[in-house]
Design a protein around this ligand. Structure first.
Ligand code: GDP
Length: 300
């Protein structure tokens, strides 16, 4: 299964450690909880979230008088799932009044452009019509990079002008999408991060112009985060969530890290759902995030 194989690094690391933990398991005692804490920290769950999970495992194990190691692992999965609390999430919905507009935000190098292409492919596979707006006018080459992906996908790419105003490309994109009755418009925006005020101004302008073109847009603002940047990435993400109304996270490069626990940390610290995960550089390497499959593949 490709969902699982992209997570090989995280899975091997986590499940091997859990298996080692089972070898000298005598019960949910201090030693066990300490070792569990270390495993969670090494998976990049973050101290704050890890502590909550360890406490919860301890309490549940006591309450239910769990003795068997497999039951404890089930309990761990359960507590991680609770920490994630997927029930609160609003499902992604297409706008049936016109184009659904999705803005991709994030710092340079996080995988915005590649993920814009991968997402386009997912929507095309669902039978939707898609166009992309290359509004990353900041990173040299980003516009051409997206145009090349678009050509391969046989979709229209509305190109911004390098060093120009990203909002201009988004406006053009919206107009194209409306005129051509396109289902989904994905805007690849600039990942400039000099300071918070600047970022806020730029992002709020993008919001404003898109909303003026298409009422209710942007329907989603997805923050693209590189999983290999770990806890630092989360701090950076906080800047974006303060600067604009981010509605979800796309976590890229999970194939390149053993620190798969970052998913739980993101959720706990940012309060945002992980919508998709990136598991490679190819067009097909983007998966909708499935919490249960994810947790089971980590702990299996
Ligand atoms: P941008 O600056 O945010 O637009 O970043 P790019 O889309 O150009 O991606 C930066 C690099 O990360 C490229 O070499 C991509 O191929 C790579 N990349 C993006 N997503 C993934 C992923 O899920 N896994 C791996 N291994 N590489 C990725």
């Amino acid at each position: 299964d490709r969902y699982l194989s992209g997570l090989d690094k995280s899975r091997k690391s986590f499940s091997e450690k859990i298996r080692r933990l089972s070898l000298n398991f005598t019960g949910v005692n201090e030693e066990f909880l300490e070792e569990l804490m270390v495993i969670l920290l090494e998976a990049d769950i973050g101290i704050h979230t890890a502590q909550k999970i360890v406490d919860a495992v301890e309490n549940t194990a006591m309450d239910r008088k769990l003795k068997n190691f497999d039951e404890i692992v089930e309990c761990l999965i359960e507590e991680m799932a609770k920490m994630y609390n997927a029930k609160e999430d609003r499902e992604f919905e297409f706008n049936d009044q016109g184009p659904t507009v999705i803005l991709m935000v994030g710092v340079n190098g996080s995988g915005k452009t590649t993920t814009t292409a991968k997402l386009s492919k997912l929507f095309l596979d669902q039978g939707k019509t898609v166009a992309v707006a290359a509004a990353d006018t900041f990173r040299a080459g980003a516009i051409d990079q997206l145009a090349v992906w678009a050509e391969r996908l046989n979709i229209h790419c509305i190109k911004g002008r390098e060093n120009g105003d990203p909002s201009a490309a988004l406006v053009d994109g919206c107009r194209y999408a409306v005129e051509n009755k396109i289902d989904v418009l994905i805007g690849d925006t600039a990942g400039r991060l000099q300071n918070k005020t600047n970022l806020m101004n730029e992002l709020s302008k993008m919001h404003r112009v898109v909303e003026r073109e298409i009422p209710g847009a942007p329907h989603e603002v997805w923050l693209v985060l590189d999983a290999t940047t770990g806890q630092n990435g989360i701090s950076q993400a906080e800047l974006f969530t303060e600067a604009c109304n981010v509605t979800g996270i796309i976590l890229t490069k999970l194939d390149g890290t053993a620190k798969g626990g970052i998913v739980i940390a993101i959720r706990d610290r940012l309060g945002l759902p992980v919508k998709y995960i990136g598991l490679g550089e190819k067009l097909d390497d983007l998966r909708p995030f499935d919490l249960d499959a994810y947790l089971y593949s980590l702990c299996e």
